[in-house]
Design a protein around this ligand. Structure first.
Ligand code: CMP
Length: 139
């Protein structure tokens, strides 16, 4: 089915001027960028977005990283977009990511792993709604 997923190009990508390079990989995979904006995430936004990880030891570091520089938030649309984007991203640990994936090519570490993608339809809907209104999503 045609799905939408939520994507973030993280601070390590904006800092190194790699947003176009990452978008090229997204588009080459057949995913369409149907909404996109560059924002500087606030601390409350980052803490709420990563709320499920609040108890993890890396939570503080994760929030600091996400608010350190601008990010690009996106809605990607396509056939099986959620699973497809996770394939294109590669494993969370870039050392374990398959060749050709975004993280294999660009990620610096587990934390600075270049991109975020939703893990399920419910989280995709929630995450999209945190950053976009319906009228900002243009197919
Ligand atoms: P993301 O897919 O955005 O979801 C949770 C994020 O936490 C993950 O990508 C990484 O950026 C970060 N993360 C996961 N594991 C670790 C870790 N062991 N150390 C630091 N950051 C991590």
């Amino acid at each position: 089915a045609i799905e939408q997923t939520f994507s973030i190009l993280k601070p390590d990508v904006t800092r190194r001027n790699l947003t176009g390079a990452v978008n090229a990989k997204i588009e080459a995979a057949g995913l369409r960028i149907v909404a996109q904006k560059r924002i500087h995430m606030t601390r409350p936004q980052a803490e709420s977005f990563y709320g499920v990880h609040k108890e993890r030891p890396f939570f503080g570091e994760l929030v600091e990283m996400m608010i350190s520089e601008p990010v690009v938030v996106q809605v990607l649309r396509g056939e099986s977009a959620i699973a497809k984007y996770r394939e294109v991203m590669g494993a969370t640990n870039p050392e374990k990511a398959d060749a050709g994936t975004i993280r294999k090519e660009f990620a610096l570490s587990m934390g600075e792993n270049s991109v975020h993608g939703s893990d399920a339809p419910e989280t995709a809907a929630t995450e999209i709604a945190q950053f976009f209104t319906e009228s900002e999503i243009v197919g």
